[in-house]
Design a protein around this ligand. Structure first.
Ligand SMILES: Cc1cc2nc3c(=O)[nH]c(=O)nc-3n(C[C@H](O)[C@H](O)[C@H](O)COP(=O)(O)OP(=O)(O)OC[C@H]3O[C@@H](n4cnc5c(N)ncnc54)[C@H](O)[C@@H]3O)c2cc1C
Length: 484
């Protein structure tokens, strides 16, 4: 066996931003033999759901200047862009760039880190889906959909978000219909739409804005109905001066209402002096995790029930260009936004009539469309996350869904909390699965710091010598072909 086969193994499931950046830090910082296995079910690694090849109209919802992948190098993405364009003057730090470009950035970071790693430190790409997990004597084994098994000294679950849940209706048969697209991010759905088809988009968040942008780009002529419980669209980004909060965060009452009142008062003071509410939201962002953790569970639930939508549309803002497109389509009568929820679907003559219950009104209304697209975004309830990997974790007590159902329980370093109350010796996670304990953990500005800290922790704790990697029929990860 050569030294590489003896090297410790860190396996990472999921090559979106989170998993890719853990791998990048491991490859850049490891100074002794290490095998980094990056396991991704999709064809393209590094880009995840957000940054894969897609329309140029699908824009980052953070300005370019905020999108460095490294917490300690704020200008890194801008520098990469300048090198790509051959001229710094062509880079606008305040621009909302195509997300596809950010995917290219992440691919190049991974390729560079792999090419320049210390001798004996190696990246191995595995295109497969992790479907089961086991832990024995502090090491993990992973079962893949292909039948292969991998062993690892440390395992990072960088799984991102669960897919969307179908809206609740009594008769769910429609969700198997070709008129229904259950996952808005499945790219082929848009291609099969005819230009005159009427379409209903369920949900009115950033995914819906992507769909509207794509429909507009294609010159879609059919009507577009957007429905969501409150009928509220994300607010637009606008330039806003930086602001220092005038209150002591630790003195804010630890209740949803107390917090809201304090934030509203701050916004009122800022707008009264000619400022913009966005300054206050931006000033709050670095403290989002602390504010969330100060709330007792009952207050977190109250926030989720009553304030979440309001928070989301102000906090997760959209590129102005996307909202301009929406307004243009509303003005032309092609697009309507309704506060309503679906209650029944009736298919007939190549279309579906969607019966809707408008918010606050007793009488139902209906719309006839050729396609219904679920744009509700990730299912916020981890208790319903029934992927075999998650089932396997839960059944063995290796992971516990947090009290609010938003993610899985971890300690402050991202180590999984087990059902027996102990902390896992080898399983970690980062990013969206930590939403229950951190709340602010789903976007680049938060995840980049977690990725770096986790990689450093892994490097400090990974044992030497490593467990060997043995698969079914002796198939090892080294035999698994890199997918790209
Ligand atoms: C459409 C969209 C746009 C966004 N835009 C922005 C933005 O502009 N700025 C910003 O800061 N944030 C944005 N975000 C937030 C985004 O979620 C984070 O920035 C970040 O990309 C999350 O990365 P992740 O790796 O945690 O999750 P994901 O990107 O979801 O990656 C998880 C990966 O794990 C893989 N995977 C999951 N389970 C398995 C398994 N069992 N086996 C193998 N592979 C598996 C998936 O295929 C996927 O590739 C956006 C999110 C979405 C969905």
């Amino acid at each position: 066996m050569n030294s590489r086969a003896n090297a410790p193994v860190v396996a990472i499931v999921g090559a979106g931003f989170s998993g890719t950046m853990v791998a990048v830090h491991l490859l850049r910082e490891a100074r002794r033999p290490l095998r980094v296995l990056l396991i991704e079910r999709a064809e393209t690694a590094a880009v995840g759901i957000a940054y894969r090849e897609q329309s140029d109209r699908h824009l980052l919802n953070v300005r370019a200047e905020g999108m460095s992948a490294f917490p300690d190098q704020p200008g890194h993405f801008l520098k990469w862009l300048a090198a790509l364009r051959g001229d710094e003057a062509l880079v606008n730090p305040a621009a909302f760039l195509p997300r596809r470009l950010y995917g290219q950035y992440l691919c190049s970071l991974l390729a560079d880190a792999a090419a320049n790693s210390h001798p004996g430190v190696r990246l191995e790409m595995v295109q497969d889906e992790a479907v089961g997990i086991g832990v024995d004597h502090g090491a993990a084994s992973l079962r893949l959909a292909s039948g292969a098994c991998l062993a690892a000294d440390r395992l990072v679950l960088a799984l991102g978000n669960p897919g969307p849940a179908d809206p609740q209706v009594e008769d769910r048969r429609f969700y198997a219909s070709p008129h229904y697209q259950g996952n808005a991010w499945a790219a082929q759905g848009l291609m099969s739409l005819r230009h005159d088809d009427d379409v209903m988009l369920i949900g009115s968040g950033l995914t819906t804005l992507d769909w509207i942008a794509s429909l507009a780009e294609r010159g879609h002529r059919g009507r577009i109905h957007v429905i969501s419980r409150r009928g509220l669209l994300p607010q637009a980004h606008r330039p806003a001066a930086s602001h220092t909060l005038s209150f002591d965060l630790d003195a804010v009452p630890a209740t949803a209402r107390g917090l809201t009142r304090r934030i509203r008062a701050e916004i009122a003071a800022v707008t009264a002096s000619g400022g913009d509410w966005r300054s206050v939201m931006d000033a709050l962002r670095p403290h989002g995790q602390r504010l969330w953790q100060r709330l007792p569970r009952a207050e977190q639930l109250r926030f989720l029930r009553h304030l979440r939508t309001c928070w989301d549309i102000h906090r997760h803002r959209a590129a102005p260009r996307n909202l301009d497109t929406v307004q243009r389509l509303i003005d032309s009568g092609q697009l309507e936004v309704l506060a309503a929820r679906p209650i029944r679907y009736v298919e007939a003559d190549g279309a579906v009539v969607v019966h809707l219950r408008p918010r606050g009104a007793g009488d139902s209304v209906s719309r006839r469309v050729q396609r219904v697209v679920n744009c509700t975004g990730p299912d916020g309830n981890y208790r319903r996350y029934n992927h075999p990997l998650m089932q396997s974790l839960r059944e063995q007590g290796l992971a516990v869904v947090d009290d609010n159902g938003l993610g899985i329980e971890t300690d402050r370093d991202g180590r999984l909390q087990q059902a027996d109350g102990r902390t896992s010796a080898c399983l970690y996670t980062l990013g969206p699965p930590r939403k229950g304990s951190l709340w602010e953990t789903t976007a680049v500005p938060e995840i980049r710091g977690q990725a770096q800290a986790l990689a450093r922790q892994l490097l400090a704790s990974v044992p030497m010598p490593a467990t060997a990697l043995i698969g079914r029929n002796d198939r090892s990860a080294t035999d698994a072909q890199p997918s790209r």
